[in-house]
Design a protein around this ligand. Structure first.
Ligand code: MN
Length: 228
């Protein structure tokens, strides 16, 4: 019998409100999902199909922990997002039954090396090093859908050092959660433990070491981190 040549990593796990741990498998993110943010990024706000990118599971930063300012950027941006936690997997999931696959929801930050992303876009290269770097995904505790339901409207916002930076409403998502799950499950087979960051409203901007970030979504919860 073969044994591991080094100890396999312990799964990254996010606390569930009320108790328990959600072991994370993969982290998917939706590119543009609010017209206001699509416009501020110079994109087309029309209802084109959602597109996806990924972050490694070990890029998650658990609620309240500090986030180190990453190397290789001079323009680190915040993007506050509703995060969907998949509890029941599936492929080619119908939009009508998609919400039954959701375990719960959290508030997350899709931290972005905007300068690296701009260079990648211009050169038609992948976004991985702009989006999937170490500590690029702070996340708050997961609120079970059995307790909060499936939030489709309500304020989503982010404060930096107590000042409002981003403010939007979940009702303005181009693709609601059910549509995102349906689209993503046509590309990959979803499994329990997968997370989906569902895109950010307008107002993204830079942060620097020392900044305190608080993201909130009405009816879901919050996420806190400090840049060090
Ligand atoms: Mn994003």
């Amino acid at each position: 019998m073969s044994s591991y040549v080094f100890a396999p990593p312990v799964p990254v796990a996010v606390a569930v409100r009320g108790g328990g741990l959600f072991a994370v498998r993969r982290v998917f993110c939706v590119g543009r999902n609010y017209a206001g943010h699509a416009r501020e990024m110079g994109g087309d706000p029309s209802r084109e199909p959602p597109f996806f990118f990924s972050k490694p599971a070990d890029a998650l930063v658990l609620d309240g922990a500090a986030m180190a300012y990453p190397p290789a950027t001079g323009n680190l941006h915040h993007e506050v997002e509703l995060v969907v936690a998949i509890g029941q997997g599936g492929a080619e999931i119908a939009e009508e039954t998609a919400l039954a696959h959701v375990f719960g929801y959290a508030v997350g930050l899709d931290m972005t090396r905007r300068d690296v992303q701009d260079e990648a876009k211009a050169a038609r290269r992948p976004w991985d090093m702009a989006k999937g770097f170490d500590a690029s995904a702070p996340i708050g505790e997961i609120a079970p859908a059995s307790e909060i339901g499936h939030p489709a409207a309500g304020e989503i916002g982010l404060e930096v050092n107590g000042a409002a930076r981003q403010r939007g409403d979940l009702a303005d998502q181009t693709w609601p959660v059910a549509g995102i799950i349906a689209a993503l499950s046509r590309l990959v087979t979803l499994k329990a433990g997968d997370l989906i960051f569902t895109g950010t409203p307008e107002g993204v901007g830079p942060v620097v070491p020392g900044d305190e970030l608080v993201g909130r979504i009405a009816g879901v919860g919050e996420v806190r981190t400090r840049i060090i």
